[in-house]
Design a protein around this ligand. Structure first.
Ligand SMILES: *Cc1c(COP(=O)(O)O)cnc(C)c1O
Length: 384
């Protein structure tokens, strides 16, 4: 089964470009709101997955907050109309100007990852006579069983404060006058499809909460990060991730204290299936043992296959001839500029249009101008 695209409309547009199914994005947001709403959970969208203004605006219209990891993302979120009190700011290396930008905008919370960062935030907020709301990012030492580049919750990772340091950090924090501890923050990795990883996270958080309780400490907010995966193999059958099962896992296993709020930071699961990279076939080249389809998009437009050997479903949306096997490659001067090896495509020729599916997350936002290429454009189903 192939996705449905407005192919006649595409023929007027110059390739490559991102195509966003804005109705699917709205349907996805509807599901998120329905399933999170059942339990009164709050969802922030992780802007790093896709910071396209049009996409951000649709997400904001549907009531999600924004999870930012840089000053630039805070600006993008504000520009798209997210209210400052729904913006959180995370990241291991926040520069002073970025922290000050967060203060001046009046954002909801800083997710803090180290003691030196705590000290700097305290100092900068003292200089402004403020008390900065913060959440401590704790590294729960949970293996998310995902690709090692996108596993973040293990002790060996650079992210968060390790459990063994938590008491020391809390002692230190109690001496900082210009900081208020609002919550605890966790994030164990990305593209997680096994709910057991989230269940393990819940159990670990319960233990940590028990421990804090002995210190007479109850935080207002537990933030469990993001990481829910999508089905890259079957983007049409599973166009909307199983949010029901996901939120239910936390509802079942996480013990919240009275009045404590649960926050999520979903990126990929919100936007991934709504986006495709659309590219045109330049040449079909006969190699010694195989055929290459050379397309006009490259790793500069979609870097995930080159960076993580990530799989994207590839479809020839203009051919219904019998299928043949091809390697699908881009024009960039790097051997890793390959979108897929031994891909079954309907027999392909110059001028055909190829869709790389599930490219709405970590696609357009990671584009570069290597080889002096232009950044890919974007079109939306609403407009075509
Ligand atoms: C990347 C990231 C997210 C979003 O991850 P997804 O896998 O896209 O849902 C959420 N929180 C933090 C802290 C992150 O670094």
């Amino acid at each position: 089964m192939k996705g449905t695209f407005p192919i006649e409309k595409f023929s007027h547009l110059s390739t490559p470009f991102y195509y966003y199914d804005t109705q699917l994005l709205r349907d996805t947001l509807f599901e998120i709101n329905k399933e999170a709403g059942r339990h009164n959970f709050h969802v922030h969208y992780a802007v790093k997955a896709n910071a396209n203004n049009r996409i951000l605006s649709i997400i904001r219209e549907n009531g999600l907050g924004a999870d930012c990891v840089s000053g630039g993302e805070i600006k993008a979120a504000l520009k798209a109309g997210f209210p400052a009190d729904k913006i959180v700011f995370a990241g291991v290396g926040k520069a002073d100007w970025e922290i000050n930008l967060g203060f001046d905008a009046g954002i909801f919370c800083f997710n803090v990852e180290s003691v030196p960062e705590l000290d700097v935030i305290n100092e900068l907020s003292a200089a402004k006579n403020m008390v900065a709301p913060i959440a401590l990012r704790v590294n729960p030492n949970i293996d998310a069983h995902t690709h090692h580049y996108i596993t973040t919750g293990l002790n060996e990772n650079k992210f968060g404060i390790s459990l063994s340091h938590l008491d020391q950090v809390l002692d230190h924090l109690s001496e900082l006058k210009n900081i208020r501890l609002l919550g605890l923050h966790f994030h164990i990795g990305s593209q997680i499809t096994d709910m057991d990883a989230f269940k393990s996270l819940c159990i670990r958080i319960n233990e940590i909460q028990e421990h804090l309780y002995q210190r007479m400490l109850i935080v207002d907010i537990i933030n469990v990060g993001g990481g829910l995966g999508v089905d890259y193999e079957n983007p049409d059958r599973n166009s909307i991730p199983d949010f029901h099962h996901y939120f239910e896992t936390f509802y079942k296993h996480l013990k919240l204290r009275p009045k404590q709020k649960l926050h999520f930071e979903l990126g990929r699961a919100v936007v991934c299936q709504s986006g495709s990279l659309i590219t045109k076939v330049l040449y079909v080249k006969e190699g010694v043992n195989k055929k290459f389809v050379i397309v006009d998009a490259g790793m500069t437009d979609l870097i995930r296959p080159a960076l993580y050997q990530a799989y994207h479903k590839i479809e020839n949306i203009t051919s219904d001839k019998i299928e043949e096997e091809y390697d699908v490659v881009g024009p960039i001067c790097e051997s890793s500029d390959c979108f897929g090896k031994i891909v079954s495509l309907n027999q392909t020729q110059r001028g055909d249009i190829i869709a790389l599916r599930s490219a709405g997350a970590y696609g357009e936002i990671m584009a570069s101008q290597y080889n002096c290429r232009s950044l890919p454009k974007a079109y939306y189903s609403d407009d075509l």
